[in-house]
Design a protein around this ligand. Structure first.
Ligand code: ZN
Length: 416
């Protein structure tokens, strides 16, 4: 890493790179036809390990204004996520005994999918969302949403207008945030004395076990374990009182945080900590071995795709998620091997995947290829059900993560 780089959590200077994915464009900045002739800006995408606090992080920050002002990802478009957030909202409301006067604030609230999971009138909700187009969608559907970045100033403004929060939530976006320490100070300020902050984020342990290196992109500045999250909250007078894994995005960490000394931690916290130590998540060697597996996957996937090409068999990408841009750009897979990506999200159709410039076509209009490359592998079960007829007609899914495999009709649960 560059000499000047300071760990995003502890400020130390002993951050050592273990996975260099090269210079890559911002993965969510899709290329519109009118910009096709320009080469978009590329930024280093390199992952390192902090020897002082064990945080895994990327060492280059794309300015947030470039990433979040116009953001194509709308969580409500994925059925799996809508159900996940409804279940989580209900569990938290009951678990913490929230009532109609309780304030729930969601940071990075997107189109309001999580807050919409609370039945009307059961709690007071407020979203905070920096992308103006997405915040407008949320307000349009009646989910009260502030269009701004969450930080200490935003926390003060909410306190003044709505009072302290019984529950603050953040899903994923918390880990995109450039002003990490200001955000955590804001959360501490906003939380009622007996309030809880619940954060769901991609779990580094799951990334390691699932070889999910494609979760690395410029928006994800940090990749947390319980241990590195505890290091973060400890700096701000907060502590983790509960922890669990939830089955979303291929395995996410859910951590419950309270004011320090206010509440006894669940025995799950100590058990989780011990399991992480056993698995070597606090050691650089674990991450070096992970990087070796990433490059072995690249070699195997290129052999497979070249074989399809040699046989004149077409491959389309199924969906154009951000993680797909990481995989394609890291492995140098362009339109020669993957002709196009198909999408149903109208905000993406007609554009191209940045860097590799694979065109994104409307799913219904594109026709069917011999095989789909499954970039959104975390929704595989949903796609298996949706594309059963395609698979039964001889279609194939190439699934790169967690292990490279070709899925056929024989893999449909009820095909036998
Ligand atoms: Zn550190």
């Amino acid at each position: 890493m560059t000499e000047a780089f300071h760990c995003r959590v502890c400020g130390g200077t002993h951050v050592e790179a273990f996975l260099d994915l090269g210079d890559q464009p911002h993965c969510n900045r899709l290329i519109r036809p009118e910009r096709a002739a320009e080469r978009e800006p590329h930024y280093p995408l390199r992952v390192g390990f902090c020897h002082d606090c064990t945080l895994v992080q990327i060492d280059y920050t794309v300015p947030k204004e470039q990433m979040f002002s116009d953001y194509p990802y709308v969580s409500g478009t994925t059925r799996t996520l809508v159900e996940h957030f409804r279940e989580t909202a209900e569990r938290l409301r009951r678990g913490y005994g929230l009532g109609p006067d309780s304030l729930v604030v969601d940071i990075g609230s997107n189109d309001g999918t999580w807050l919409a999971g609370y039945e009307a009138g059961t709690v007071r909700t407020l979203g905070v969302e920096p992308a103006s187009n997405v915040a407008a969608i949320a307000n349009g559907r009646g989910i009260r949403t502030l269009n701004r970045f969450f930080n200490e100033e935003t926390a003060e403004a909410i306190l003044a207008a709505d009072g302290p929060a019984s529950l603050v939530t953040a899903a994923g976006v918390f880990f995109h945030l450039e002003e990490l320490h200001s955000v955590v100070r804001g959360i501490r300020r906003l939380l009622a004395p007996d309030g809880t902050f619940v954060v769901q984020a991609i779990y580094l342990g799951g990334m390691i076990e699932n070889l999910a290196f494609d979760q690395v992109y410029h928006e994800h500045l940090c990749y947390y374990t319980l241990r590195s999250l505890e290091a973060l909250f400890a700096r701000h007078g907060l502590e983790v009182v509960d922890v669990d894994l939830v089955p979303v995005h291929g395995g996410s960490l859910e951590v419950h945080v309270a004011h320090r000394g206010h509440r006894a931690a669940s025995p799950r916290v100590a058990a989780f900590r011990a399991r992480e130590a056993e698995r070597g998540y606090g050691e650089l060697a674990t991450y070096r071995a992970f990087a070796d597996r990433v490059w072995a996957l690249r070699d195997a996937l290129l052999v497979l795709l070249e074989d399809y090409a040699a046989k004149g068999r077409s491959v389309f990408a199924y969906g154009a998620p951000a993680k797909g841009a990481t995989l394609l750009n890291s492995f140098g897979i362009g339109p020669r091997l993957v002709r196009c990506a198909v999408e149903k999200n109208p905000m993406k159709v007609g554009a191209a995947i940045p860097g590799v410039r694979i065109p994104i076509l409307d799913e219904a209009a594109a026709g069917k290829p011999d095989a789909y490359l499954m970039l959104a592998w975390n929704f595989l079960d949903e796609f298996l059900a949706k594309e059963a007829a395609y698979l039964r007609a001889g279609g194939e899914f190439v699934v790169p993560v967690p292990a490279l495999r070709v899925v056929t009709a024989a893999d449909i649960p009820d095909a036998a």
